[in-house]
Design a protein around this ligand. Structure first.
Ligand code: URA
Length: 250
């Protein structure tokens, strides 16, 4: 894969960034660990297909039956947990709604809360450059969303009940977009999606499954900004994602 030098520079990987054999030798799986009781993507999709535009949507309609626009509106007005009290606005997600890759982060930070879009700060810039290195942008082939749609005050970790209340929104986004590959950005997103408490270092070297969709786990871009040497590992993760995607879309 060709990697333009400005991108390598941005990633702090110049002058030489060579993929090691060990990074690819570790691809195991599939490992199905999602024990969520919520309807599978396939089943939800069938429901969506079986429910034409005239399906009467009300404030009582379950999240797993909402279409994209009503889901967006439901998130914008959400009061399912305490995070609604301090947010400026919700952060639904951004990108290509027909994307083959879906990237899942943790929760909005201060910039995202202000602008209503995920990953808009320095970490977002790094993420965009990493995506560009594999020929994608947030508007081309990628959709980006977070597990949590409102900023936790002071950027604290989201609490268990907040995750439980917010997760159905992400599940519905995944069911509607139907990505062919999911990338979990950081420990929190990986543990939430895969329903595990395993460490990120153990998760990132394997290919997981979320309702039949392969999941690659990589470091959170904000972590990478603080831990420059791990950018090489994140690049290996992206290459692994690219390989898996090429295999499944062949
Ligand atoms: N970190 C995340 O996990 N998501 C964002 O949208 C921004 C920072």
């Amino acid at each position: 894969m060709s990697r333009p030098d400005p991108i390598l520079e941005e990633l702090g990987l110049l002058p030489v960034w060579v993929r090691r054999a060990a990074d690819t030798a570790n691809v195991a799986g599939p490992v199905a660990v999602d024990s969520s009781p919520i309807t599978s993507i396939e089943a939800q999709t069938k429901e969506l297909e079986a429910t034409p535009g005239s399906f009467p949507v009300s404030s009582e309609t379950p999240i797993n039956l909402l279409d994209w626009d009503t889901l967006k509106a439901r998130v914008a007005n959400c009061t399912r947990c305490r995070l609604c009290e301090k947010r400026t606005q919700t952060v639904f997600g951004t990108g290509d709604e027909k994307a083959s890759w879906m990237l899942v982060g943790e929760a909005p930070g201060a910039n995202e809360d202000r602008l209503g879009e995920p990953f808009v700060g320095q970490a977002g810039k790094l993420l965009d450059n990493m995506l560009r290195a594999v020929g994608r942008t947030r508007n081309n082939g990628v959709y980006i969303a977070n597990v949590i749609k409102c900023r936790p005050p002071g950027n604290r970790d989201p609490q268990f009940d907040e995750v439980a209340q917010c997760e159905p929104y992400l599940k519905r986004q995944l069911a509607i977009i139907r990505p062919q590959l999911i990338i979990a950005l950081g420990r929190f997103a990986a543990q939430s999606l895969l329903k595990t408490d395993a460490s990120i270092s153990s998760l990132r070297t394997r290919v997981h499954q979320y309702e039949g969709v392969p999941v690659i786990v990589t470091y959170h871009p904000a972590y990478l900004l603080r831990n420059l040497p791990d950018k090489a590992k994140a690049w290996a993760d992206l290459c692994r994602a690219q390989e898996i995607y090429q295999e499944i879309s062949r």
